[in-house]
Design a binder for this molecule. Structure first.
Ligand code: 3HC
Length: 330
């Protein structure tokens, strides 16, 4: 399988003949479907690539709380408020599982946060778009969590044990989020004319950015080939994007909403929808920090970090005091 991948993608994959004996044995373990555990030997590049992907994933969960947190105080009913609050808390939990998984690779949480705050590490582009109306809470749950689970369900089989195990619980919760988002869309789409218009407007604004969540097209993806060879990623960006479109279009039809793409068409021959690529110039611009909310999101995270300093210090002091007491008793 691995040899095939070298041939089919070529890009960025270490060739078998360039590998040391250890690297070759490592690759064979991956190919047999074995899980790699924290204390085991792994190539440096595998470790670095995992820290990059898990770190970016963890940051996405944490930054992803902000656009929805924006609506907690304005949710239309008490039940909606409680649901949204629970969902935003779930995202914080996902961030924590993922930071813990990254820490097993030898990076500290402080280092990860420093990389987020200094812009050295990314988080998902989708969270740099604003949430303007209540319908956006529906669209985010339906499309953003929908895209996230499309990508994350296969990651339950990823080669790194702690990452794969973290994904199991995350996926259960994300599918619940997707359903609660779709339910909001159903209510809006079947409500008054204004509500339906809001639902359509939310779909119009989030469709392109949701497609971008899967990353650049395969020909431009930097990491896919090596990440797939190492089973850090299980599918290519384009494969998952297509799967998302194929599953989401019938859902939009059920809602009687129109996907904002004039080229969207079922293709009998391929058994998939044909669709327009998102605006890749916009994607790269958002990655460079020029999206509508990049500045606001990063500032909010830095503020939370600074204002939480006293909590971290108090927790550390408590832990140190407890350890000293234990030592004295021994
Ligand atoms: N947003 C921001 N950066 C992105 C991106 C996106 N949507 N898509 C790609 N990139 C970045 C990559 O990180 C990489 O930059 P880097 O070298 O500085 O890290 C560059 O663009 C090139 O892209 P590649 O295709 O080579 O990158 P990957 O192979 O890492 O693929 C990915 C990108 C598909 C997002 C992959 O990293 C992945 O599967 N990550 C795990 C899942 C994840 O992070 N999901 C976040 C979704 S949001 C979420 O889960 C929150 C929930 O509450 C909804």
């Amino acid at each position: 399988m691995y040899a095939q991948m070298v041939k089919s993608t070529g890009k960025g994959v270490q060739a078998l003949e360039e590998m040391s004996r250890e690297e070759r044995a490592f690759q064979e373990r991956i190919d047999r479907g074995e899980k790699i555990e924290p204390k085991e030997w792994m190539p440096d590049a595998y470790r670095k690539n995992l820290i990059r992907q898990i770190g970016q994933h963890a940051h996405s969960e944490i930054v992803g709380q902000l656009p929805e947190g924006n609506w907690i105080t304005r949710a239309p009913t008490l039940e909606r408020k409680a649901n949204l609050l629970a969902k935003v808390q779930d995202e914080a939990g996902h961030g924590l599982y993922l930071y813990c998984a990254a820490e097993t690779l030898g990076v500290s949480r402080d280092e990860l946060f420093e990389m987020l705050h200094s812009g050295k590490m990314k988080y998902s582009s989708i969270f740099n778009y604003p949430t303007l109306t209540w319908a956006d809470m529906g669209a985010v749950g339906w499309l953003v969590d929908g895209a996230a689970i499309m990508n994350q369900v296969p990651l339950q089989r990823t080669s790194y044990g702690p990452y794969a195990r973290a994904m199991v619980r995350i996926c259960k919760e994300e599918s619940f989020h997707q359903r609660q988002g779709f339910q909001i869309m159903m209510v809006m789409a079947n409500g008054s004319k204004d509500q339906k218009r809001m639902a359509q407007d939310a779909l119009n604004r989030f469709w392109g950015p949701a497609l971008m969540m899967f990353g650049p097209s395969d020909k431009d993806s930097v990491h896919s080939a090596q990440s797939m060879a190492w089973k850090i990623k299980m599918n290519s960006n384009d494969e998952l994007r297509q799967k998302f479109v194929d599953e989401t279009v019938p859902q939009a039809e059920y809602l009687d909403l129109k996907v904002p793409d004039e080229n969207l068409k079922w293709n009998e021959e391929t058994g998939h929808y044909d669709f327009s690529q998102p605006d890749w110039d916009e994607f790269y611009d958002v990655l460079k920090g020029n999206g509508p909310c990049n500045h606001e999101r990063l500032e909010a995270r830095k503020k939370a970090w600074d204002e939480g300093a006293w909590v971290r210090e108090a927790m550390m002091a408590h832990a140190e005091k407890k350890a000293a007491k234990k030592q004295a008793a021994e």
